[in-house]
Ligand binder design. Structure first.
Ligand code: SF4
Ligand code: SF4
Length: 274
């Protein structure tokens, strides 16, 4: 049997589902809640759905009050992070001395912690998917605890699977966008569409049902009925539609750039000639 990885002794490690580590987090650790301050937490679409519903807010209200916008470096796609408080410790708005006030609905990144997921990184170079790594913050004393996990066991214990399942179409879109040459840029309109579908559920619902969308896109009756009330179904419907719109045209732009096809006639992605 392999010796469990000790992150204190090892430089950045690429972890798989069966990688093992010692860790435990509980209110008795001296660092309790330190990891909920001064951090950058990228929110996934499912995180926003759960958090806004937990707080009884519309998606617009939640985004305005609790998030900051960012652009992913590699993909140029807009994402949001949790907006930290303007206190001396840059605290997460949901942390208290006795822990997280919405623990059952905490975001994907908080569930994975102290592990990170490559697909949720938005820095240059973090462009592989399907692996994990230790976030490795020196204040985290959980690694000194005796309990041992595999990455798979940790994910199960933290309830990460449903988040990853719901977000899988979205993650796939992000990863696919990364594979495009950096010369292929999204238009501002395409970025706004990505943002709306990913995070602003209420606005996207209105876009589907209160604009000419349904005149231009054929949607079967069963799907239509479902997406009226089911936010997860609406999200995944939106991401599939977005992939169709973005990648059909991006594929054509890429082929055109390679000299194998004519460029597409209209909107979203366009080749950057700067
Ligand atoms: S820093 Fe580590 S051990 Fe401390 S509360 Fe956070 S996750 Fe737990
Ligand atoms: S959402 Fe909860 S677990 Fe995540 S950083 Fe904030 S307080 Fe901590």
């Amino acid at each position: 049997m392999d010796k469990p990885d000790n992150p204190a002794e090892i430089a950045p490690v690429r972890l798989g589902f069966d990688s093992r580590f010692k860790f435990e987090c509980h209110p008795g650790v001296s660092c309790f809640t330190k990891c909920c301050r001064g951090i950058q937490i990228i929110l996934t679409p499912y995180d926003v759905i759960r958090l806004k519903n937990r707080l009884g807010l519309s998606s617009e209200e939640f985004l305005a009050i609790y998030t900051d916008p960012h652009l992913m470096e590699k993909t140029d796609l807009p994402v949001v992070t949790l907006k930290l408080l303007d206190d001396d410790r840059a605290s997460c708005p949901f942390v208290r001395d006795d822990g997280c006030i919405l623990y059952e609905d905490r975001p994907t990144t908080c569930r994975y912690y102290p592990l990170g997921v490559a697909t949720l990184q938005h820095k240059e170079g973090a462009d592989d998917d399907g692996f994990f790594f230790f976030v490795h913050e020196p204040h985290c004393k959980g690694f000194e605890e005796a309990k041992e996990w595999t990455v798979r066991e940790w994910r199960e214990n933290q309830g990460v699977d449903i988040h990853d399942d719901v977000n899988s179409e979205w993650t796939d879109l992000v990863v696919r966008k990364r594979s495009f040459p950096s010369s292929i840029k999204l238009t501002e309109k395409a970025k706004q569409m990505f943002f709306m579908v990913s995070y602003n559920t209420d606005q996207f619902r209105r876009f589907v049902f209160e604009s000419p969308f349904l005149e231009r896109n054929e949607v079967d009756a069963e799907t239509l009925e479902k997406i009226k009330t089911d936010e997860v179904a609406l999200l995944n419907f939106g991401i599939r539609w977005l992939k169709e719109v973005l990648f059909r045209q991006s594929d054509a732009v890429r082929d055109a750039a390679a000299g194998t096809a004519a460029p597409p006639p209209d909107e979203p992605p366009k080749e950057d000639t700067d």
